[in-house]
Write a protein that binds this ligand. Structure first.
Ligand code: MN
Length: 409
């Protein structure tokens, strides 16, 4: 294993947000994600009896252990091949044939972006208000759409929509697709599992990325919307804001970044402690949101009763009206519930709704003054064609010859 190199100090720290959620239907969350700058990756595992969780976890952890430091597609490809072998070995040892995972991984170095792609998780780039899918799915649906056999709309509801044609964990000769791009400061990268892209249309995703400034909030809203749309699968997103190349760098800031490293270590310890605490409180109290008389309400417990005894009780009626919410979320609350891990999570979600409503109100009032403004973001982007640096170099090599592992994620 290579010695772990220090973080490149002549780059600005990109800000990011991430979230993963089990969704509304599945028993396990088989998705995994890793944020280990400059590496960012999502993986969507498959295989029964929790094997998918193991596969996706091994894939992202192996990738992170390779200690990638530059946006070099060859290094990234080798790391993904390493991760493939790790999943195959684990499947063999544990007698879990059929265990596999997708992997969409990005390494960002200043304004260089390297991406490796296996399966049907995706990378999208938002550039000057326009979102573009960077990766090509390795899925039966993508093949059929390209062959002109079905339309995108038909693919969305096709019974075989989750069959993938390439994955980690089966073929030792598996090769990832590789993409190498120039991106610009201000661009936003989205990595997601198919639990997002099958529940939301691209323009819904684009809208959320455009109007939500904070990347963590954008990640949360994307997941909330996918849940509101039904949450049929696990949902995982990483939103990364590209900061670009640093113009000046002094010795002083390098030194500061060492203190930064200490701070990060402390934060990591705090997060680990928080996760432990979270696991404890989950068993103590879960909660859910629903709507009553047009208001969002919070219940503590589970929406069930045993021998006539209710297992939940009303915690409080919030001041959020469902009419102020995005239609998808409002519908979900009115017709059912949104489960969360704790009362705190319920309050956080309500707070998020309140912020969203406030932001919406703000953008509504600024939109009316927009015609006199200089036409930022979405307005001018479409015509600037050649200015768009986000052209993927395209899939590398062996495509249709890929192992048809036929897994579903
Ligand atoms: Mn999935």
């Amino acid at each position: 294993m290579p010695s772990r190199p220090r973080v490149n100090s002549n780059r600005r720290q990109n800000s990011f947000g991430s979230r993963t959620d089990i969704g509304c239907v599945r028993e396990h969350n088989e998705d995994s994600l890793i944020v280990a700058p400059p590496l960012y990756a999502v993986a969507d595992g498959m295989g029964g009896h929790a094997a998918g969780e193991v596969a996706s976890e091994i894939a992202v952890r192996t990738l992170a252990d390779m200690g990638l430091t530059s946006a070099d597609t060859m290094d990234l490809a080798n790391a993904v091949i390493e991760a493939n072998h790790a999943v195959i070995t684990a499947a063999r040892k544990k007698g879990r044939a059929g265990m596999g995972t997708t992997l969409t991984a990005a390494v960002i170095e200043g304004e260089r972006l390297a991406i490796a792609q296996v399966g049907d998780s995706r990378a999208y780039l938002l550039h000057q208000g326009v979102m573009q899918q960077l990766t090509r799915d390795h899925s039966l649906m993508a093949d059929m759409i390209e062959a002109g056999q079905i339309t995108e709309e038909e693919a969305r509801v096709h019974p075989k929509r989750s069959v993938i044609t390439r994955a980690l964990g089966s073929d030792p000769g598996m090769q990832p697709d590789l993409y190498e791009l120039n991106v610009a400061a201000g661009d936003r990268l989205l990595l997601c599992s198919d639990g997002l892209s099958t529940m939301l249309e691209d323009d819904q995703i684009e809208n959320i990325l455009i109007r939500t400034r904070d990347p963590q909030r954008a990640a949360s809203i994307l997941v909330n919307e996918a849940i509101a749309a039904g949450g049929h699968d696990n949902i995982t997103v990483i939103v990364l804001d590209i900061e670009g190349n640093a113009e000046r760098e002094t010795r002083k800031t390098v030194r500061k970044s060492r203190w930064g490293a200490v701070l990060v270590a402390l934060l990591v310890a705090a997060v680990v402690a928080a996760i432990g605490y979270g696991a404890y409180t989950y068993t103590q109290s879960t909660a859910y949101l629903t709507a009553e008389n047009g208001k969002v309400v919070i219940y503590q417990g589970v929406p069930d009763s045993v021998l006539g005894i209710e297992l939940s009780h009303l915690n409080r009626v919030t001041d959020v009206s469902t009419s102020q919410l995005q239609p998808g979320i409002a519908k979900r609350l009115e017709e059912g519930i949104i489960r969360v891990d704790s009362l705190e999570a319920a309050e956080a979600l309500v707070e998020e709704y309140q912020e969203e409503i406030a932001e919406e109100a703000k953008s509504d009032s600024s939109a009316s003054a927009d015609s006199s403004a200089s036409g930022n973001a979405s307005g001018s982007a479409g015509t600037s064609g050649s200015g768009n640096s986000a052209n993927a170099a395209g899939p590398s090599a062996t495509d249709s010859t890929a192992n048809a592992s036929g897994g579903t994620t």
